[in-house]
Write a protein that binds this ligand. Sequence first.
Ligand code: DSN
Length: 419
Amino acid sequence: MHHESGFRRLEQFDPEVFGALESELTREREFIDLIASENYASPAVLAAQGSILTNKYAEGYPDNRYYSGCEPVDLAESIAISRAKELFGSEHANVQPHAGAQANMAVYMTVLEPGDTLLAMDLRCGGHLTHGSPANFSGRLFRAVHYGVDPDTEVLDYDRIAEIAKAEKPRLIVAGASAYPRSLDFKAFREIADGVGALLMVDMAHFGGLVVGGVHPDPVPYADFVTGTTHKTLRGPRGGFVLSRAEHCHKLDATVFPGTQGGPLMHVIAAKAVCFKEAMQPEFKEYQKGIAANARALCEKMASEGFRMVSGGTDTHLFLVDLRPVGISGREAQDVLESVNINANMNEIPYDPTPPTVTSGIRIGTPAVTTRGMRPEHMDTLGGLISQALKNPADQKELRSVRALVKELVGAFPLYPEM
Ligand code: DSN
């Protein structure tokens, strides 16, 4: 349990790997993180995730394992399951998926046979690889068909999704996205699914924390399955989970183990339990409201600087910037921002004419800066600095001055002072 002595040993035994950890700590402290899927886990989460529970094999589920000696990890997993159910008000929870991709795979393999039809959001309009991309197992094993956003409004057109569902007759409809700045109408998705006899899965990997905070509509009352990750807006350890209706519990559990995974990562599961406890605290709701307020403020500031916001704004923790009005690509913007100590990722805008390795947009999210304690007034400063950098991508003097101001801004929000 003596973590610090563990780090001292690491430093002595393996200075190269220790050096990578140290560099990452410095980077996290000195950069502004606007990657919408990232966050800073608490010391309590890090302690659980970096713990001796990594030593234990525990195939199976609490009180029904294939190994002896599982009582302590049974306790950790039972706590994680009951907290997940309480936090989201779901009938069943499986906390073993190693990541969001495995959570999605578990649901697909629970309800679909190879070749069955899956209807999900197009990757190019904000969906995820696991929503049926041909580059992913989901697009290789299943017949994936997609809905996109309306090309004019850049928001979902539920009538159009219903038409596609009627024509394609999917067995499963997936709602959820990785780069869609608007909230989702789960009642509408449920009606569409019921209209064609499909099951409904909501992938809330990105916005799970916002659901807890009451900032985003709650999918649990409407969906047969809800998948999520614990490390994005939920601010926990890297990992996935699935919530389901009770009727699917046995089949879902059997699909996670032994269906698609082997030994669960008990150290991560313990950290998920800590994450769920943190998410139950009253201040977590305030944190989620802060994320959304910061996203709105930063989006408005950038719009006022002449950038075009996809769909005209945001309801969530993220927004997408169309960079074409300032004449640089997403890749250039990502690189320029990195040079001034800001991380954000290039991202396709809907129906982007440029390839995904270049893109016309960047995706900006506020979970991490909100964890650092920044508020809407800081978003105004930050938006001005981003704009200054993106409008002067070749002006080294200007970029040096922006970088100095970014360092000053992050300096006011210390990160992991105890490390
Ligand atoms: N890679 C994550 C994201 O950045 O949205 C999704 O898995």
